[in-house]
Design a protein around this ligand. Sequence first.
Ligand SMILES: Nc1ncnc2c1ncn2[C@@H]1O[C@H](COP(=O)(O)OP(=O)(O)OP(=O)(O)O)[C@@H](O)[C@H]1O
Ligand code: SF4
Ligand SMILES: [Mg+2]
Length: 332
Amino acid sequence: MSAPTSHRDNLGTNLLEVRDLTVNFETVDRIVEVLKDVSIRVGREEVVGVVGESGSGKSTLAQTVIGVLDTPPARITKGTVGFEGKEILQRSDKKINFRGKGINMIFQEPLTSLNPVYSVHDQMEEAVNIGEPKMEKKEKETVIRKSLREVMIRDVEGVLNVYPHQLSGGMRQRVSIAMVLVQKPKLLILDEPTTGLDLIVQRKIISLILNLKKEILSSILLITHDLEVAAYMCDRVYVMYAGRVVESGNMKEVLQRPLHPYTTMLKNSVPEGYAKEGSLKVSSGAPPDLRHLPSGCAFHPRCQSAKDECRSKIPELKAKKDGREVACWLYE
Ligand SMILES: Nc1ncnc2c1ncn2[C@@H]1O[C@H](COP(=O)(O)OP(=O)(O)OP(=O)(O)O)[C@@H](O)[C@H]1O
Ligand code: SF4
Ligand SMILES: [Mg+2]
């Protein structure tokens, strides 16, 4: 896939601003830090990617932003989450009803957001009620059908009458996208929205999301292990490794000239024009076990550029020119 449009800069005020977010998972015998000082921002109408291998903390970040992180076992020990300039992270770790905040999420597995005991129609109606509680019944029915047509569902009446388990994975994802879209979120979080779907359906869903984004003017935070999908969709990207942001910047520039050796490794693992299904395969070694992180830079056992100080000192994320950031001793 090649990037469809020119990348946008100077996007104005941030819609979402996460600062220094630190999250632990705490069990009886140990505390595991899964996010450490993570700071990200999403501008209005911007599409921002968070990319990293399995276990790097991407979903924990998304769940914290949207307020559905299970606390316990998770505990937010530090940081702020600002949405439209207001702090939305409750330090008591209480769950927040995210749907009223203008943030909504499409999960990797659509069954997470679809209720198995209600028909598609009833769930769509509930979604419309959240966005437009006072809408007349007749108008609601029109909105429901229009929304399903927008996600390219042809047999709208047939789909409305069935239950989620009666649909294919691709159709379920379309329904969950339609449900979110009728609520017109200002920020849409997509957590691996196409993983597990076959390649053709993946591409259709991605094109669909991009087209609908233009219509509802949402900002998007895309969580993915697939650098190619991120390259296709995103304006900017954050690369995560072992719970930390290790690189960020304009998507095109990061892809053309990665600074962090891990980003280079990710890039080299995705041959151009070749889209993979399933997990990201990285040639050199496996992601670290967060319970036993290597000393210093957590990437050092896999890094061909590692030097002595990499094994003892953790590099901080530092701003470079052109809005790029990198956490690596090579740039100190
Ligand atoms: N409920 C939990 N209890 C303990 N540890 C957890 C829990 N949920 C997640 N973790 C740990 O937190 C770390 C980050 O998990 P997370 O799901 O955020 O990663 P991810 O980047 O989304 O991975 P994937 O690409 O596999 O979805 C992992 O090491 C995981 O084992
Ligand atoms: S800090 Fe050292 S080990 Fe870590 S990515 Fe940079 S060069 Fe490699
Ligand atoms: Mg995940």
